[in-house]
Design a protein around this ligand. Structure first.
Ligand SMILES: [Fe+2]
Ligand SMILES: [Fe+2]
Length: 285
């Protein structure tokens, strides 16, 4: 099967998760210049579960506000349109995909833990170097590997073969894919992001997170996601270990030199944030 046929097959899958209506609406509003804070508030308020979740998020240590925020309009004013929009997107995406089943060795919860780790690390990098909006970095980090979920649910046989190769041949997921499939999870995730009409910058960051392409619409965001993924993977098991950053693209190493030199100083703090973000996003209601 070549790449084209593969993606066509993907196109033909009718039960591929569709984006929750609220995300479509909130996404659309961003392209609409007349969007008001009030309008965003109104849309969110139609979904009581979302209201509860967003208020819990904005009042968590994640955003670090001291005074209690009790309603959505207030949250939008304090945190800004983009932050709230991205919070809605994050909460919805995790919810959309949380019913999926895992396999031996591949647990959906572990998948989300990794995604959240990359999201939080990306947000931190964006915050520190001011190269891109921290909230946009968070969402791109959260979605960077969603192609893996698509593979595991809709191309299960291929996924199992890749997984076997990962464990037996000691390859990375990406290397095993290269050997066994015409497309990789990054391309599949990017394909889905495009289909869902996410911003081009996000689609590009998902598509090229393993293979930097300098001509993308937002190179800084891509470099951040690429680097955060490697940092998160390196620190996964042992914080004491000296991380191996040889996989980081030279361009990313140049642009993010300041953060990379000091990573062992700041990562423990980020690791705490990752833990509380996991607690928040993955806790059953
Ligand atoms: Fe990946
Ligand atoms: Fe990843």
């Amino acid at each position: 099967m070549d790449a084209q046929t593969f993606l066509k097959k993907l196109d033909g899958i009718s039960d591929i998760p569709t984006l929750p209506n609220i995300v479509i609406q909130v996404n659309k509003m961003l392209q609409d210049y007349d969007t008001s804070i009030k309008k965003l508030g109104t849309i969110i308020e139609k979904d009581q579960a979302m209201v509860t979740k967003i208020l819990r998020l904005v009042n968590s240590t994640f955003y670090g506000f001291r005074s209690k925020i009790t309603n959505i309009p207030h949250a939008v004013i304090v945190l800004g349109f983009n932050t709230i929009r991205n919070a809605v997107v994050s909460v919805s995406i995790i919810k959309t995909f949380s019913g999926e089943k895992g396999f031996e060795g591949f647990e959906i919860t572990d998948f989300w833990k990794h995604s959240i780790a990359v999201a939080v690390t990306s947000r931190y990098l964006g915050e520190q170097n001011r190269l891109d909006s921290p909230d946009d970095c968070f969402v791109a980090g959260l979605l960077h590997d969603m192609g893996k979920l698509v593979l595991s649910q809709y191309f299960t046989e291929s996924f199992i073969r890749i997984w076997r190769s990962v464990t037996e041949d000691k390859l990375s997921f990406y290397e095993a894919e290269k050997k066994l499939l015409p497309v990789n999870h990054a391309q599949i995730g990017g394909y889905l992001a495009k289909k869902w009409q996410f911003p081009v910058s996000l689609t590009d960051s998902v598509t090229y997170h393993h293979q930097i392409r300098k001509t993308v619409s937002n190179l800084n965001q891509l470099l951040i996601i690429h680097t955060a993924n490697i940092i998160a993977n390196n620190y996964k098991s042992d914080l004491e270990m000296r991380p191996d950053f040889s996989m980081i693209d030279p361009e990313a190493r140049k642009v993010l030199a300041g953060q990379l030199e000091t990573v062992s100083d700041w990562f423990p703090k980020v690791a705490d944030e990752i833990e509380s973000a996991c607690e928040f996003f993955l806790k059953e209601e």
